[in-house]
Design a binder for this molecule. Sequence first.
Ligand code: ASP
Length: 352
Amino acid sequence: MQMTRSEPHKSRVLVVYTGGTIGSVQDASGGLVPLDFDEIHRHVPELEQPNREVEIISFEPPLDSSNVGTKEWLDLAKAIKHHYQDFDGFVILHGTDTLAYTASALSFMLEGLHKPVIITGSQLPIGLPRTDGRENLLAAVDIATTVRFNEPIVQEVAVYFGSSLFRGNRTHKASAESMQAIISPNLPSLAEAGVDIIYNEGLMYRDATAAFDVNEAMDNRIAWLPLFPGQPLEVIERMTNWPDLRGLVLSTFGSGNAPSNPALKSILSEAHNRGVTIVNVTQCDHGAVHPERYATAHLLRDCGVVPGGDMTTEAALTKLMVCLGRGYDGEEARSFMLRNIRGELTRFSALT
Ligand code: ASP
């Protein structure tokens, strides 16, 4: 592992405030409601530094991240595209609840990204004495302005949270309580912030595409189906019988296993034969789908289900939306889902 210390550099950062706890205050009923971004700026005057310019734009109105979906992902992607030439880096302030979905979606939507897009949020509002929002915001801005040999160190969608920088499409919200709420179960952190921010440069993703652009088309005619023991097959059948269904993410047991039930096999085969792209991810917190390992995984393989390797559910769902948005189906969709597009997937020798 090659470790490098960051070198400060004069630069321009665009901060996009989408909403979430980081910029919330308590209303009369004790609930958290988003406030306007000027307030955040007031609480973090250190954003202003002689060696950088920080410009702030905000969603109007700011959104709790439970209300963020494909439209907001597209708004964010377009905002980055619109300002791409004018800024050295981008910071997105986002609620933590669906932050991992937004990070995953943006990673697949932004093509030829050669600048940092750092997403962060916080567990406590920025105005509270014990807030984690100040540190998260200031470190995210530092990372978004860090260059080495005249190039941004980070050239991908990444998430900064609780002292760690993670690849965006590897993240998952693991705690509603901890200040380390966001984790990256299958990939080590890209950087760790202590006294210095120490980057793990060997892990950084570099997009070979020269020109920056946005994959705008997302097809959300997909479903997510976690399996559980004792599950009625009728629910699965009804879901797969939705005539518009184009994609399905199955969350299976362990390394990609499902009940050896011929009725399940015929439901999934029928959907596959109708052109539904089915992707298999593990419902474990860590690890990957290995379709060759157990006989209980062979049923899925025989139905044409695509093994999702060690992709998170968030990555599999959003990658599938981009895949189908490109108009892919059949073998083309299978090969897109199997391919490592943005560092979301670890290569396993026996993954077919
Ligand atoms: N409900 C909030 C949101 O995701 C929680 C947070 O910001 O942490 O928008």
